[in-house]
Design a protein around this ligand. Structure first.
Ligand code: CA
Length: 374
């Protein structure tokens, strides 16, 4: 057994634990390939595949958009052109929020987005993007790769004929742009803020008026006073968006998104129709872009933050401890309600939080203490 056999078996064993169909597909696929070769004289290893990847991102959005393109380019290069993936940005082939259905029905073979967009179809998907006050990028990747997270991810998507792999991470985001100072919990009352997802629900319970405004309209809403505050991503993306021209204070930390995972969705049948070496290339390319994006965010965020503070006079503010404590209590309520909603959410919730409880002890003794003293 060579190393790639090892990793392939590990993958099939991992995925198979969650998805019997994939395991069966893995065995049947060898027979199909042999039949195909007999009929056509062409080995699957000589076959070329053309795939489409639809994303939820604007073309060339720094990080998520450029990273998705890099993923496609890496797969093409590693497979010597045998798997050629064309990227379609939001709206080019299908609307941003239809990529899940499009990948499920096979209109596209792949999608790149964020799992919390599918909460209406799969409530448990919310654990696969970001959990307020949840795990950091490193902790969450540890859960995904070595704590059973990916296997459960395949399980929740199995009814849709999809599998998913982590495909990027923003790291800890920023708290957002504010035109009012937040000095106490009382300052959240009546605050008009744009914040999607679980963080938005937490803010609503804290007394804020939460608005969901599409990315393209945020700048105008903030500069005209329709909203007092907004969260977006982090310095690299926020600088490019020009948000410093519309708000005075830039708050941290991004309690609402402490390490947002981006997702690579794949039509399961399309994946299984690839020869095993191309499957492995796809899997490893996703793993590679997952780390690559996190590193690029980390590198560019500080450069951008320096520009925001030194060139644009942005005032950095840290949320008071009292405010973070209140938001954390409310976050726990909101997350518990997702878990209580359905059986799969309960299962993913239990896996996520039992992993977090054990890994946080290691983080506390390693990175936390070390960073305090560096
Ligand atoms: Ca965000």
């Amino acid at each position: 057994m060579n190393p790639s056999d090892n990793s392939r078996r590990r993958f099939i064993a991992n995925a198979g634990a969650a998805s019997g169909a994939l395991l069966v597909g893995g065995c049947g696929q060898g027979e199909q390939a042999a039949d195909h070769q007999q009929q056509t004289g062409i080995s699957v290893k000589q076959q070329n595949f053309k795939w489409k990847m639809a994303t939820t991102w604007p073309r060339d959005l720094p990080g998520a958009g450029t990273g998705a393109q890099r993923l496609a380019d890496n797969i093409r290069a590693m497979s010597n052109g045998r798997l050629d993936i064309t990227l379609y940005s939001a709206g080019e082939l299908v609307p941003a929020f239809e990529i899940f259905d499009s990948a499920a029905s096979g209109i596209v073979e792949m999608g790149h987005g964020a799992a919390y967009y599918w909460k209406g179809k799969v409530p448990a998907s919310q654990y696969y993007a970001s959990v307020p006050f949840g795990m950091t990028a490193l902790e969450s990747n540890s859960w995904l790769y070595y704590g059973g997270g990916i296997e459960l991810w395949h399980e929740i998507y199995q009814p849709f004929g999809l599998i998913a792999f982590p495909g990027g991470n923003t790291g800890v985001q920023m708290g957002g742009w504010y035109n009012l100072e937040i000095n106490s919990v009382a300052d959240l009352q009546g605050l008009k803020i744009r914040m999607p997802g679980l963080g938005g629900e937490v803010m609503r319970r804290a007394g804020a008026t939460v608005q969901n405004i599409p990315g393209a309209e945020i700048f105008t809403a903030l500069s005209t006073g329709t909203i007092d505050a907004t969260e977006w991503i982090g310095p690299w993306n926020d600088l490019a968006f020009g948000l410093y021209q519309a708000a005075q204070y830039y708050y941290y930390p991004g309690w609402q998104e402490p390490g947002s995972t981006l997702e690579c969705l794949i039509n399961q049948q399309a994946f299984e129709s690839l020869p095993e070496d191309l499957q492995e290339i796809v899997r490893i390319a996703c793993q590679s872009i997952n780390m690559d994006m996190h590193c690029e965010y980390t590198a560019r965020n500080q450069q951008a933050l320096d520009t925001l503070v030194n060139q644009h006079g942005v005032e950095l503010r840290q949320f008071p401890d009292e405010v973070l404590a209140r938001l954390k209590t409310l976050s726990q309520e909101v997350i518990q309600e997702i878990a209580d909603g359905d059986e799969m959410s309960q299962k993913v919730h239990a896996s996520y939080f039992s992993f977090m409880e054990q890994v946080r002890k290691w983080t506390a003794k390693s990175e936390e203490v070390f960073l305090q003293h560096r």
